[in-house]
Design a binder for this molecule. Structure first.
Ligand code: SF4
Length: 293
């Protein structure tokens, strides 16, 4: 018996008409149906996603350089993150100084990149970090012609307004996974807290770069709930955000992994690579645990 042609799946034909021709995003049940297709459908799915990207985003690729001003020792317990100070991890806390940041921004500009992102492994910035960021931004703007982005964890409204006022062009803040799966991945803060920062960033007029991880044990249904906010597993985000954030991987084929398969760390800030192996929690008395900046 002749095998079905890989492009003959009804859901892909529907998606072609709906997304490519009509510009209407897929519903959650449609995404789950695509996620459930056999591997033989992968080439056709990738081809369709490529066509969607070309039509709606063009063929330009924006290059962004990223530098970590503060690495490791984070008090949060994101189970995928090697920078969490709560677990045993070889990553140790390191701070960069301002001249090093300016030098990195110049090097980034020289590569042709148009964006330079400053990231920190923190729950959210304290006054000391905000002052450093302000100083770094001023210095970089004096010497380098490049957009500046930040990824500094959860923000207050005042911090959002400060960053926007200082000319930060884009903020990276991921939703990590589906709302319903979030408590199994992070226990030191909530999905809602992350969503709140995303909404404030959008409202302040900064671009929002927002992603998630797959392959952390979530179901296909949970992956399918993030259809328009920043990738797989960003559950019900579109209902709560004013509009899908910039950097949104809607329609990208990365959603196609199997359950339980190790994921890439697309969408995470640099240094936020997921750990492949289960992490062992440090005792709560560890000085790099809760209470670290
Ligand atoms: S993902 Fe970010 S907030 Fe979570 S532990 Fe890593 S650095 Fe901290």
């Amino acid at each position: 018996m002749q095998a079905a042609r890989p492009d003959s799946y009804t859901i892909l034909e529907t998606a072609r008409t709906q997304v490519l021709e009509q510009g209407i995003g897929l519903a959650e049940d449609q995404l789950v149906e695509i996620l459930s297709l056999p591997d033989s459908a992968l080439p056709a799915t990738l081809q369709l996603a490529h066509e969607v990207r070309l039509k709606h985003c063009g063929d330009d690729v924006e290059v962004e350089g990223i530098i970590s001003i503060k690495t490791g020792g984070c008090p949060e317990d994101c189970h995928f993150c090697s920078q969490s100070g709560v677990f045993d991890s070889p990553v140790r806390g390191v701070w960069l100084d301002i001249p090093e940041l300016v030098k990195a921004a110049k090097e980034t500009e020289a590569t042709g990149a148009t964006e330079f992102c400053i990231v920190a492994a923190v729950r959210g910035p304290d006054i000391k970090l905000m002052n450093q960021i302000k100083f770094a931004i001023d210095r970089i703007k004096e010497e380098v012609d490049i957009n500046i982005a930040c990824s500094l964890g959860m923000l207050t409204q005042r911090q959002v307004d400060q960053l926007a006022g200082w000319g930060v062009h884009r903020y990276n803040h991921n939703l990590e996974t589906a709302r319903s799966f979030f408590p199994q991945v992070v226990t030191t803060h909530s999905y809602e807290e992350r969503l709140e920062t995303c909404a404030m960033v959008k409202d302040a007029g900064m671009e929002l770069c927002c992603g998630a991880l797959i392959g952390m044990g979530e179901s296909l249904e949970q992956r399918g709930t993030g259809r328009a906010t920043g990738g797989p597993g960003t559950a019900r985000g579109p209902a709560e955000l004013p509009q899908p954030p910039a950097g949104n991987p809607l329609g990208k084929p990365g959603h196609h992994g199997r359950q339980g398969r190790p994921s890439s760390h697309r969408g995470l800030p640099p240094g936020h690579a997921p750990h492949g192996a289960p992490l062992r929690r440090r005792p709560r008395t560890d000085p790099r645990g809760p209470g670290h900046p």
